[in-house]
Design a protein around this ligand. Structure first.
Ligand SMILES: Cc1cc2nc3c(=O)[nH]c(=O)nc-3n(C[C@H](O)[C@H](O)[C@H](O)COP(=O)(O)O)c2cc1C
Length: 174
């Protein structure tokens, strides 16, 4: 059953530092597994979550270029670290530090994807917020979605070039 998305409330959904939010998806990003912590923090029942696209918890303040990079990386059989802002079904939000990896079968083929997320350090999140805000503004500055995405991707790559870091290096050291 798909729920209609509730607009953000501005309230934070909390979870503790010793909890890990875990989900697995198929090759298209549809949820095939969600642990209890994910369901609780996202305010979803297992029936509501499984089979749904992972964008079920997408927050409108997340820049699309981050997800574009995420998908390009995991489809290239590599792992990625990223700060992600998510939206619970109640409209409450929560930041995570995610480690997303492909899952392989015995022949080395990608059979799905896996994400483990920890509660992030608020000081690090505070440094990510202005970057994501700028990327989102770049994205929304053009009426054409595709061109907006291209522009924010270029901005992100230019930012990383200035820092002399890969996306993962920046995420791990911010
Ligand atoms: C294993 C895995 C975990 C993901 N975790 C999240 C997540 O926590 N939040 C999120 O918004 N998108 C997550 N995504 C990305 C979504 O598939 C999607 O690209 C994103 O929500 C943007 O949706 P949109 O393209 O419809 O805007 C994940 C994807 C994979 C494969």
């Amino acid at each position: 059953m798909t729920r209609t998305k509730v607009p953000p409330t501005g309230r934070e959904a909390t979870f503790s530092e010793d909890e890990i939010i875990v989900t697995k998806t198929d090759l298209k990003g549809r949820l095939t597994y969600a642990n209890e912590v994910f369901l609780r923090v996202s305010a979803l029942s297992r029936e509501e979550a499984l089979g749904q696209p992972h964008s079920i918890i997408r927050h409108p303040h997340m820049p699309r270029c981050v997800f574009k990079l995420l998908w390009e990386t995991i489809e290239a059989k590599r792992e990625i670290f990223a700060y992600v802002l998510n939206l619970a079904a109640t409209g409450d939000h929560y930041w995570v530090f995610a480690h997303v990896t492909p899952s392989f079968d015995g022949a080395g083929r990608v059979v799905g994807y896996h994400s483990n997320r920890r509660k992030p350090d608020p000081e690090r999140v505070a440094r990510i917020v202005p970057l994501y805000r700028e990327l989102l503004a770049e994205e929304q500055s053009l009426a054409n979605r595709k061109e907006g995405l291209q522009r924010s991707t270029e901005r992100l790559l230019a930012f990383l070039r200035e820092k002399g870091m890969s996306f993962d290096e920046y995420m791990l050291t911010v």
